[in-house]
Structures are given as C-alpha cells and as structure tokens.
Design a protein. Sequence first.
Lengths: 141, 131
Amino acid sequence: MAKSRNEDVSLDMTPMIDVVFQLIIFFVVTLKMSDDKDSTIKLADGKNGIVLTQEELPPSQLTIDVAASGRVSMSNITMSDAMIVDAVKKRVNAYGTDFPCMIRADKTTPHKHVAKVMNLCAAAGMWKVSFVAIQEHKANK
Amino acid sequence: MARKQYDNPKAEMTPMIDVVFQLMIFFIVTIKQEDIFSKLNANRPAPNASSAQSEENDTQIKIDIGPRGVVFNGRGMSFKMLDDNIKKLAASSTKSTVLVRCTLDSPHGFLVHVLDICNKYKMYNLSIFSM
C-alpha cells in the first residue's frame, strides 16, 4: 500500500505558487531603484532632528545634493548656480516659501560650498532651509 | 484530439518554478534597508549681514565653527562641552536666537552636529552665517 502511494505522487502545487508569486510581487513593489540622488554623499549624524519619511514628503519638496568635491546636483544631475536659482524660484512661485528645501551635504564638504547653495536659495527668496542627516543607520556598509 | 489534450492538462511546472525562485532570490538579495533620515531646519538670513548684525540683543547665542572645531563664548570646546553649555542656556529659555557662524573651510559635519545639539534642547531659532 505504501508503495502504491509513492507511485501516485500528485502534490498540489497551487498554494506554493500562490505564495511565491505574492512574495515576488511584494519585493518588486518594495524595491526602490534609488539612483535619483548622489550616492557618494556620506551624511552626518543628526539623532535629534525631525524624522524624515519619504512618504510624508510633499511633492513640492526640493532636495539639493552637495558632494564633498563641491559638485552641486539635483536628482543626480549636476547643476550650475543659475540653474539652482531657477529651480528654487520656480518652487517659490508655485508654493510660496513653505515647501521643504533640503540640502543633502556630505559631512566633509567645506562650508563654502554649502554657503554658496544657501546663498543661491536666499537669492531665489528661499531663506528657510533644512539639512538632511542620518537619524539611524540601517543600510549596511 | 483537441478534446483529449484538454482533458489531460499535464503542464510542465518545473521551469516556471525555477524561474520564479530565481526572481525571488534576486529580489531578496537586491533589497536593502534605507537609513532613517532626519532633517534639521535653519534660517539663512539675507546675504547683507550688516542689517542682521545691527539688531543684536543679549538673547542671542553665538556659536562659531572653524575648520578644527567649535568656539563658544570665545573658548574652543568639544561638542560634549558645547552640549552641556547649550543645555544650561536652554534651561532658562529656548526662545533665544542661536547664531551659527561658520568659516568657509569648516566641514559641513560640524554645522550639522551643532544644529543637532540645538535641536536636542529644542532651540529652533537657528540662523546660519558664513564668514
């Protein structure tokens, strides 16, 4: 009898395939291709700042990256001074000065580069800026 | 004949399951957790510093940041000491304005550290000057 059962092995695959597809869909959806920022930037620690969640950021937000070399970029596209002023001015015209204007600068960036970006923002009318820091390290090096 | 094929649906599952497992392993391996970010708000007063300097009053706290560290009340100090000093000042009032003055060659990390300390003690009136 045991022999007969072994020969007639018809395992029901459907639940397993269902689960596996669910897992795949979960990972596809949660996967973020995050090359829209300068990945060379190592942020400083800021444990006491306001927690920043990507989901809660309004679409009006503007993030300016400043690398240690002084390269200023937005969405990983190198920007000239005039382009920065232009971009900030457009936001100021559309949303007033209440949108979050965030500067992601490397911790070793000399202040002159950050000061330049802040001055450009101020020239465009945006004098409230925020600096992005790391609240909690999660990404393994 | 078509009827017979339909009656006996013995689809080969093995390749599909292979592919699906490959995909799953790929996505499990490529997924990586993001750091949790925080933001530190600050004001950048208008570039003409003269107007800001003229309206000085005694509730302003001045912190200078140089290439090697911070200077507070004319004394160079560690971030730990600055933390203690800000704590004392915040105990009396958190409304006072903190003027953070950075030299052009100071690293951005120091500025973030100082802003972080001010945020810790709920001093949110922060202005950044460059010199």
